[in-house]
Write a protein that binds this ligand. Structure first.
Ligand code: DC
Length: 239
């Protein structure tokens, strides 16, 4: 794995609701700094896709819990080309359908699902020797509470809906906003590791920022956190 010369591995947790620019920011920051990248929402979507594909009633937590350990989910962590497979099938497109999006909050609220996916996330982060950017909802609070840097991205519901509608190519902004607000409410109010800002996270409100500005802000925060280690030999203090 390529890392910037003279730096040590760094673990960056980026949390926040949907439409705040988490994925675009996390991928770009990881690519710029030579880190791996993990989209944890894609993992919850993948397990949801598997449940739907196998006819599991996702409104029944006991039915979901009973099969939570069945699907084999594999995430590729190259920020230039992240991948996700379930039992060997590439699911990067089907996990973005409106059906999976509507059902993912129910599946991801089941404790057995969270335990399984959290273990997977921790093992991926532990094996990313050069460091990793992990994006999600509970990374700073639950999955990686010892992360070197925690960022919590926010934006107004209007800005988030406008961005999401753009991504979904012309979807109705009002309907998108209603769906987003509903999903965030479900994700924030569930009992097991809800969407939440860690006490030591840096909050960045992206409402009036361009994507480039958000990326620059996070890159600067990571570099600040890495401290003097970013200096290459010969530039170290005292020489
Ligand atoms: O980031 P996303 O919209 O692709 O995430 C899909 C869903 O997955 C989201 O509604 C909540 C859930 N999720 C979660 O519960 N915990 C995470 N760390 C990431 C996502």
């Amino acid at each position: 794995m390529e890392t910037v010369a003279g730096t040590t591995a760094v673990i960056v947790a980026i949390d926040g609701p949907s439409g705040t620019g988490k994925s675009s920011t996390s991928k770009a920051v990881a690519a710029q700094l030579g880190l791996r990248y993990l989209d944890t929402g894609a993992q919850y979507r993948a397990i949801t896709w598997w449940m739907v594909h196998h006819g599991v009633d996702v409104t029944d937590p006991a039915a979901v819990a009973a099969v939570a350990d069945k699907p084999e989910i594999v995430s590729g962590t190259d920020p230039a080309a992240p991948t996700i497979t379930v039992d060997g099938t590439d699911v990067s497109a089907p996990i973005r359908t409106p059906e999976v999006t509507a059902k993912v909050s129910a599946v991801s609220a089941v404790p057995e699902v969270r335990t399984r996916i959290t273990e997977l996330q921790r093992s991926i982060a532990a094996s990313a020797a050069g460091g990793i950017v992990v994006e999600g909802r509970d990374i700073g609070t639950t999955v990686l509470p010892d992360a070197d840097l925690k960022i919590f991205l926010t934006a107004s519901p209007e800005a988030r809906a406008a961005r999401r509608s753009g991504e979904l190519k012309g979807a109705d902004v009002k309907a998108t906003q209603e769906a987003l607000v509903k999903r965030d409410a479900a994700d924030s109010s569930r009992k097991t590791s809800p969407l939440a800002k860690a006490a030591d996270a840096v909050e960045v409100d992206t409402t009036d920022l361009t994507l480039q500005q958000v990326i620059e802000c996070v890159v600067t925060l990571v570099q600040d956190r890495r401290g003097p280690q970013v200096l290459v030999d010969g530039e170290r203090a005292g020489r």
